[in-house]
Write a protein that binds this ligand. Structure first.
Ligand SMILES: N[C@@H](CCC(=O)N[C@@H](CS)C(=O)NCC(=O)O)C(=O)O
Length: 213
């Protein structure tokens, strides 16, 4: 049985939706960020970066949401939530997952926490926040164009783990001046994926009862 260390709607959400969609057996373990539990001595032994999520799979302790997603799709290959290894489709799956985690996710983190880069200077913080939002916006536009040409999901009609990843990031991005949902094709994907019972169950188990994204 897997153990997923989580905090509601944090970077655990994509692995969590995937665990539900796969019908895998797992236990949820709360890392209470309100008490800085992600920096506790005990948690740092699992995840020296002090960040959420961490997946425990028997003797394997894995951090980084995208790595967890890749591990889960490989462990449950028959479920078909990622294309077959070695195919061009799998390569595109890597491309989009990396783009989401490397580009969009990082920019959203800077937008949410600009003071981590800008320090306490409020003018600098505002500049960093606005620049990060502009970059995140352009990344979302790239996703929108891709979905317009190839949708309704990242891999056409085939549901894959990257669709869950986008749902997670779009929830975080809701307060943006131009929220993800204001784009027609992203909204279509979000409607489709958040209607899945697996996705609803994952957020409900994390205590999220409002609209997902
Ligand atoms: N690259 C990491 C980022 C994880 C991350 O930033 N997690 C946030 C929650 S969404 C966190 O743990 N923040 C607490 C902190 O930075 O102290 C991943 O994708 O797993």
């Amino acid at each position: 049985m897997y153990q997923l260390h989580y905090f509601p709607a944090n970077a655990n959400a994509a692995p969590h939706m995937l665990l539900e969609e796969l019908g895998a057996k797992y236990e949820l373990l709360l890392v209470d960020r309100t008490k800085d539990a992600q920096k506790s001595k005990e948690y740092l032994k699992l995840n020296p970066n002090g960040r959420i999520p961490t997946l425990v799979d028997n003797s394997l302790v894995l951090s980084e949401a995208a790595a967890i997603v890749l591990h889960l799709v490989d462990q449950h290959g028959r479920a078909g939530l990622a294309p077959k290894v070695g195919t061009p489709e799998r390569a595109k799956f890597y491309q989009w997952l990396t783009f989401l985690t490397n580009s969009l996710q990082e920019e959203l983190m800077i937008w949410q926490y600009p003071e981590r880069l800008a320090g306490k200077n409020s003018t600098a913080t505002e500049v960093v926040k606005r620049s990060a939002e502009a970059r995140a916006r352009s990344f979302l536009d790239v996703v929108e164009d891709h979905l317009k040409a190839n949708g309704p999901l990242f891999l056409g009609n085939k549901l894959s783990a990257i669709d869950f990843y986008l749902v997670m990031l779009c929830r975080w991005a809701r307060p943006m001046a131009r929220p993800p949902r204001s784009r027609f094709n992203i909204a279509k994907l979000l409607d489709k994926v958040t209607a899945l019972p697996s996705v609803r169950r994952a957020y409900e188990r994390e205590g999220i009862t409002d609209e997902i994204c």
